[in-house]
Design a protein around this ligand. Structure first.
Ligand code: FEO
Length: 403
């Protein structure tokens, strides 16, 4: 288990989890993930974050390649979520650091997570606080709700290194450690998947944090997140920052997502007819049915879509359960600046449109076109009505996107 030097006397000593496909119990990570940990060797040796429970031995083996674990002086807990702090009690026991640094909210989270915390040498730090570790210093920046209240960045100005915890992370398990070593489209897809399933609700905090980084004049030539690949060099740092700004701003995009579930394929036929109308007006569309797509894959697709058209038949006076779950998940992630549309088939009571519309309006989506419902099976007229709905939605989307 080799450590990797990312800056002079600063090493990646994390763990690669090739097997995981489940991230935090709610999102898929089809490419696995990593739990990145970094160690800076100086007059004081500092470890930044730990790993998920079960990966501490791998991490300790890597660490031992560059320094005996008991020679760690300081441990920085940038985030208490258990993919970074699951191994914290074990690592503290082995390393016996003289200080464990965390944010004020980090202390509260540590107290709520771990039984033995009262014996730990906790030192609370806030934005603007810094510590000297010898030739270098570590400056702390609280990043509350990016994406937990305790989240924090560690910045080493002498190395122009930002250790960013979850921010800028991607779920990629690989032997590569740097973003410039893999295909850029693969990287951006993984960044999108991560942002749209984890960070999206906190987009305002992202914009504030980017503004704060400018205000503090942080000179950065490396961003080292706690998941995935490291951005090295000014160009890749700029790319990471600009990508996050773009994700957070959520400017409308001329692309549509049709997401639906179906019983006897009536709602499905409607979905394809709506897609035809969108295509006729030159709007690219992706159709995703909820029996074959995970909700986190739908969110990843949503990143490039300014229009969401949701379909479900009426079932037992409500909508089908996969669609209810999808829309509940989507609402929690608070996408902004979207247009919506609703459609579905019904047999007798026909509540689907009311329920779908409530979900979409609940997310603040504009609904510029009357929803369409069809009794039992759509005939030619009904399908033409759906296609017309697609055309009207396309025009509304193009207007929102500025033509
Ligand atoms: Fe990677 Fe919020 O944990």
């Amino acid at each position: 288990m080799q450590a990797l030097e990312i800056k002079k006397d600063i090493y990646w000593v994390g763990a690669v989890d090739y097997a995981s496909r489940d991230f935090h119990g709610y999102s898929l990570c089809p490419q696995g993930t990593t739990y990145n940990t970094y160690v800076a060797l100086d007059e004081k040796n500092v470890l930044f974050d730990t790993v998920k429970h079960g990966f501490s031995e791998v991490m300790l083996q890597r660490l031992s390649n560059v320094i005996a674990p008991e020679k760690i002086d300081y441990l920085v807990v940038n985030h208490v979520e258990l993919d970074h702090a699951g191994a914290l009690p074990h690592i503290i026991k082995i390393c016996k650091p003289e200080a464990v640094f965390c944010s004020p909210m980090g202390q509260k989270a540590i107290e709520a997570h771990f039984k033995g915390w009262a014996d730990w040498p906790l030192r609370v730090v806030k934005t603007g606080d810094s510590i000297s570790i010898g030739k270098r210093s570590v400056h702390f920046v609280e990043t509350r709700m990016l994406h937990w209240p305790d989240s924090m960045f560690s910045y080493i100005p002498e190395e122009k290194l930002l250790i960013s915890n979850d921010a800028f992370g991607q779920n990629i398990a690989s032997s590569e450690r740097f973003a410039d070593e893999i295909n850029r489209e693969v990287l951006e897809h993984a960044m999108t998947e991560y942002y749209y399933n984890i960070v999206l609700p906190y987009s305002q905090q992202v914009l504030k944090t980017l503004a704060l980084a400018e205000e503090l004049k942080l000179d950065i030539d490396m961003i080292a997140p706690d998941h995935g690949l490291i951005f090295r060099g000014k160009d890749d740092v700029r790319y990471a920052l600009e990508t996050y700004r773009r994700f957070a701003e959520q400017k409308p995009q001329k692309r549509a997502l049709i997401v639906y579930d179906t019983m006897w394929h009536s709602t499905e036929k409607m979905a394809y007819a709506i897609a035809e109308g969108l295509n006729q007006e030159g709007v690219p569309v992706r159709i995703m049915d909820m029996k074959n797509n995970h909700h986190s894959a739908v969110m990843t697709e949503l990143a490039r879509c300014g229009l969401v058209v949701a379909g479900s038949p009426t079932h037992n006076n409500t909508i089908l359960p996969y669609m209810a779950a999808m829309l509940t998940y989507m609402k929690g992630l608070r996408p902004q600046n979207r247009i919506g549309g609703a459609f579905g088939s019904f047999g007798w009571s026909g509540e689907c449109l009311k329920i779908l519309t409530e979900h979409l309006e609940g997310m603040g989506f504009e609904l510029p076109v009357e929803p369409v419902k069809v009794k039992y099976v759509p005939g030619e007229d009904a399908l033409e009505q759906c296609t017309e709905m697609g055309r009207a939605l396309a025009l509304a989307l193009k207007t929102k996107c500025g033509g």
